[in-house]
Structure formats: C-alpha cells, structure tokens
Design a binder for this molecule. Structure first.
Ligand code: FES
Length: 230
C-alpha cells in the first residue's frame, strides 16, 4: 500500500514536503504499525506514539484529511494512497510532531481540577448515581488534541479561543456536583473569544476518537450562563 507522508526537518527544509513509502499491509494492521514500518525504512522519520491502545493520546495525526489516532485506525479503512500529515494549525517541530503547548495552555486556563470551598470531609465527597452519571461523556477525554486541531475557530484564534477540548473540560467540572466554583468558572469564560468563538462547526464531534461531544458541552455552558443571567 502506498503512503504519502509529510516530512519537515527545520534544519534542512524551508517547508513541509510529501515522501512516498510502500508498506506491506497485513490483516488487522493499524496506521501506527504502518508508521513504524516507515520508520524502519527511514529512521530519521519522526512521529509520537506510546500506548498503542487509544489511551495516551499521543499519536494524533491527520489522515486523508481527518484527525485520527494512528494506533486505533485500521489501515483497511483507509483509501490509498494514504496521506499522513501533522495536525493542522499547529507549529511543526519535525515531520508529524507538532508543538501542542498552546493546546495545553488552553486546557490549564479552565482550572481542570475540583474546587472546594467547604472544609474537606474526613472521607470522600459522596455523589448520587444520577450526579455521577452527568460526568459520562465528559471525563473520558484523553487530551489527544484531535478536536481542537480540527477546529477552524481554534486555528484562527489559538491564543484567545479555548477550543473544544478545554471547553469540554470546563463543562466536566461545571457539571460535577462536588465542584463549588460555578460562578468563577462562568466568569472566566465571559467575553467574545474564550467560549463564544465556537461557531458550532462540529468538526470536533466528528473527529473525537472517544465519541465525545464538545459542541454539546459548549451548548450546556452557554445555557447555564443564560440561566444565571436571568
Ligand atoms: Fe497512545 Fe495511540 S499510541 S493513543
């Protein structure tokens, strides 16, 4: 099977270019296996990966125009020649490796931890099954970045718009019955960019490898803001 892979070495190249590789495929082969085979053919080829199980979120790439995790993308699903590029909209460090610093800054900006004002209890803070259920579809995010780097609003305003991943996380804590910083969290999302730059394009929903729905989470935040304003 033919693979066209984006190459970029900042010490040598002015801009990225595509290199062709032939890879012998086998039943059950994932895209990460193909990238490892390409690395065997050319050891200077760089890409990130670790767990191989869709858990660590480190091997997100753009495949035939869609952001996906290489380790859980069956090669049999891909149309040849398979074009593999780095995530769009992020500075390229080398080949498929991009700089995700801005993405992590936006994540940190929403205070991704529980805030308690009451004194901590002796034992755990209890939740009812219904309260716990509200976190389903929110806590499973693995921070791979497939969603935010597929979002045109994030490409255009990465410094100002939090992006779908960070906003999903913001709602994950707003929706948590144990959190006690609702108003502070909502105040921090005010303004024309951080939250409201979402134009409901929904690329994030299409590409999330965990089947999560950041657009829905963003809608919930907007509703809560509205409810608190009246
Ligand atoms: Fe960990 Fe793919 S290598 S998610």
């Amino acid at each position: 099977m033919q693979f066209l892979v984006s190459r970029f070495n900042p010490e040598r190249d002015e801009k990225p270019w595509m290199q062709t590789f032939e890879v012998e495929t086998w039943r059950g082969m994932m895209l990460r296996d193909a990238l490892l085979e390409i690395k065997r053919q050319d050891e200077s080829f760089a890409f990130r990966h670790s767990c191989g199980e869709g858990v660590c979120g480190s091997d997100g790439v753009n495949v035939n125009g869609t952001n996906r995790l290489a380790c859980i993308t069956p090669v049999s699903e891909l149309k040849a020649p398979v074009e593999v590029r780095p995530f769009p909209g992020r500075p390229i460090i080398r080949d498929l490796v991009v700089d995700m610093s801005q993405f992590y800054r936006q994540y940190r900006a929403v205070d991704p931890w529980l805030v308690r004002k009451d004194p901590m209890p002796e034992q755990e803070i209890l939740q009812s099954p219904e309260e716990r259920e509200k976190l389903d579809g929110l806590y499973e995010c693995i921070l791979c970045g497939c969603c935010s780097t597929a979002c045109p609003s994030f490409w255009w305003n990465p410094e100002k718009f939090h992006g779908p991943q960070a906003l999903l996380t913001a709602w994950r804590f707003l929706a948590d019955s144990r959190d006690q910083a609702e108003q502070e969290r909502l105040d921090a999302l005010e303004g024309p960019y951080r939250l409201f730059r979402c134009h409901t394009i929904m690329n994030c929903v299409e590409v999330c490898p965990k089947g999560l729905n950041p657009t829905k989470a963003i809608g919930h935040i907007k509703q809560l803001m509205l409810k608190n304003a009246i």
